[in-house]
Write a protein that binds this ligand. Structure first.
Ligand code: HEC
Length: 202
């Protein structure tokens, strides 16, 4: 019993170092502590920076190389929504490949609510357990006249009951889906234009 108590006491004494960053006795420490200062592995205070951290936060406004389209200047509020509607335009050219990828993504992430052609008749909305938007479908004037910047904004931040899709779709993909929404909104129009043309050619 006595030897057990001594052992326990020794453990307590050994486990308390004076320096809080001191890891205690380590086996072959040179195997896992690098000599240069590593940003993601720090065992001692950094003496060169005021906050004593190796990993420094990037300067405010920093944009990572190749990630400039992740920089989104519009705030997640009513003003940001309006501003995006006025200023934000799709930077990519819309061709068949762009639209067909938009369609693929739409069918994965949006169809279950908005339906295949934006009729708000996807399985979720058709179940009657999830409130539908105030507008009937993508072919309604609301979506037809809704600026693409506002659609992109909604996909980025979400709007009321529709959640943000920024974690599922990167900015490039969000523009593809936006273009596809706009394309779906023209469904009836295309036919009207077609019949108008036919009528004119009679
Ligand atoms: C969980 C169901 C759900 C999913 C999934 C969903 N939406 Fe929505 N969406 C809604 C609802 C509800 C609204 C109405 C929001 C409001 O105005 O209150 C809406 C609104 C919209 C609007 C109008 C936005 C605006 O600015 O008024 C567009 C466009 C849209 N959705 C497109 C999409 C696209 C594209 C996807 C897939 C990336 C998607 N939605 C996924 C439920 C959903």
């Amino acid at each position: 019993m006595r030897s057990f108590l001594f052992f326990a006491f020794a453990l307590v004494v050994m486990s308390c170092g004076r320096k809080p960053t001191d890891p205690g006795i380590e086996y072959a420490p040179q195997m896992y502590h690098s000599i240069p200062l590593d940003p993601y592995s720090q065992t001692d205070y950094n003496q060169f920076f005021k906050d004593k951290k190796n990993a420094q936060a990037p300067v405010a406004g920093t944009v990572a190389v190749g990630k400039s389209d992740y920089y989104y200047p519009y705030a997640n509020d009513a003003d940001g929504y309006e501003q995006a509607g006025k200023e934000l335009k799709n930077p990519y050219s819309v061709d068949n490949k762009f639209l067909s990828e938009g369609k693929r993504l739409f069918n994965l992430y949006c169809k279950h609510c908005h339906g295949e052609q934006g009729g708000n008749d996807g399985t979720v909305m058709a179940s009657g357990k999830f409130p539908k938007p105030g507008w009937a479908n993508y072919q309604s004037d609301y979506i037809r006249t809704l600026p693409e910047g506002k659609i992109f904004h909604t996909l980025t931040y979400g709007k009321n009951l529709m959640g943000s899709h920024a974690t599922q779709l990167d900015p490039y993909e969000r523009w593809m889906v936006t273009a596809y929404v706009k394309d779906l909104s023209k469904i009836g129009l295309k036919e009207e234009v077609k019949t108008e043309k036919k009528e004119n050619s009679k």
